[in-house]
Design a protein around this ligand. Structure first.
Ligand SMILES: *Cc1c(COP(=O)(O)O)cnc(C)c1O
Length: 404
């Protein structure tokens, strides 16, 4: 017998995004709409910029969201700085490295890639050697590769790029707000974040930040005033209007030059989630993500399932486990969501059907959820005929929580 359960608020979302959002963020989204040139709206924009700088750990003047999902942020940065023929070096270690490659390619870049097997990351020296060989204008890389659960070290690479006058652009979509990302300390020229991951807001905004080195290129490419002249485009113009950072940055200054109509409710949500980050404190928040990862991993190991990849470069906010031999990956996820209301994720490309990805991000990263996902996974695996160490997983997680 089955009854349709329409109450989706009973879902426990343990994927690498979208994740659950704090009720305060949901309430913020129901704030009445105000016009984008209303003085009150300007306060919201200024708050959002200040709070973004805090989250990005930067003193950059430019720190604001792009309307659209995270890839809109990536595309805005790349299409605004890449001119046809520019050399762009992209180290790829999973699905989102290919996304950077595709976007750079569409911008007409002369794309150079280097690839690692899924599950590994690059030794910074390998990339540095390639930079010397290729001599690119831009290096762009993913920080936390959600498809493989791996974290690329960035600090050394940032220093090297700065010393060699190469622009360093980082996709920190999956990490910002849950894992350390030090924009200024690590010499990153432009960083793109994502809301529906560790920031804990719905999907639909992409906070970005960039420094003067990036801005210099934007200003060179900006020619004639926005859309008020019939010959406003020349051969160096940024090909996208919607994602043209030279125009968007003017909107995000005290001049508030009109560009798009701001996605008001999404901005309310973003501001509230950034406030939550500030209130919790970035450091504490990063520690919280590591802490709950500890409980999750202890539980999974006690259950007897196998973790994917080495521990050294594991993302604390994504935990990947191998699908046991003979088990249908998708039907396990289906039982978990239909019977327990607990969602975990499958995988892409070479890992599809072979692993499950468990996210522990933002508001979803809390004790209730960790215990639920462990319990639901164990019961479901037993139901699907997998031999696990019955009862050990929840005990291990419980002990972790009680003892710490
Ligand atoms: C989720 C994700 C993206 C894409 O985000 P969208 O919001 O779906 O556009 C890009 N990069 C990384 C590392 C991600 O995890």
């Amino acid at each position: 017998m089955s009854y349709t359960d329409l109450n989706t608020s009973l879902r426990t979302i343990m994927t690498p995004g979208p994740v659950e959002v704090d009720p305060r963020v949901l309430r913020a989204m129901s704030t009445p709409i105000i016009g984008q040139f209303d003085p009150e709206f300007l306060t919201i924009m200024n708050d959002t910029m200040d709070l973004s700088r805090y989250a990005f750990q930067t003193t950059n003047q430019r720190a604001f969201p792009i309307n659209g999902t995270s890839r809109a942020g990536i595309e805005a940065v790349l299409c605004s700085i890449i001119e046809p023929g520019d050399k762009v070096l992209i180290p790829i270690f999973g699905r989102f490295g290919y996304l950077l490659t595709e976007i750079a390619g569409r911008c007409g870049a002369d794309v150079h890639t280097m690839e690692k097997e899924w599950g590994e990351v690059f030794d910074p020296e390998e990339i540095q050697a390639e930079i010397k060989k290729v001599n690119p204008k831009i290096v762009t890389v993913v920080h936390g590769e959600t498809s493989t659960g791996r974290l690329q070290p960035l600090k050394e690479l940032g220093n090297f790029c700065r010393e060699n006058d190469v622009l360093f652009v980082v996709d920190a979509v999956a990490t910002l707000g849950g894992v350390e990302v030090k924009t200024d300390d690590w010499n990153i020229d432009a960083v793109i974040a994502g809301t529906q991951k560790c920031i804990g807001s719905p999907s639909g905004m992409a906070p970005i930040t960039y420094n003067d080195r990036v801005e210099k290129i934007l200003l060179e490419r900006k020619k004639i005033e926005r859309g008020l002249s019939s010959d406003s485009v020349n051969e160096r113009s940024i090909q996208s209007n919607y994602l043209d950072l030279s125009q968007i940055q003017d909107y995000w200054t005290s001049d508030r030059l009109n560009h798009h109509t701001e996605a008001t409710s999404m901005l309310y949500a973003l501001r509230e989630s950034l406030r939550l980050i500030k209130e919790e404190g970035l450091e504490t928040r990063i520690e919280r993500h590591k802490f709950h990862e500890g409980a999750l991993v202890a539980g999974l190991q006690a259950m007897g399932v196998e973790l994917f990849g080495t521990a050294e470069h594991k993302m604390p906010v994504v935990t990947i486990i191998k699908v046991p031999e003979g088990v249908d990956e998708a039907s396990v996820r289906s039982t978990m969501i239909q019977q327990f209301g607990v969602e975990i994720a499958g995988a892409f490309g070479p890992l599809q059907g072979k692993v499950w990805r468990i996210g522990s991000m933002g508001y979803s990263c809390r004790k209730n959820n960790i215990l639920r996902v462990i319990g639901a996974l164990e019961a479901t695996l037993i139901y699907h005929g997998v031999k696990v160490n019955r009862g050990d997983a929840l005990q291990a997680a419980l002990e972790f929580y009680v003892d710490k």
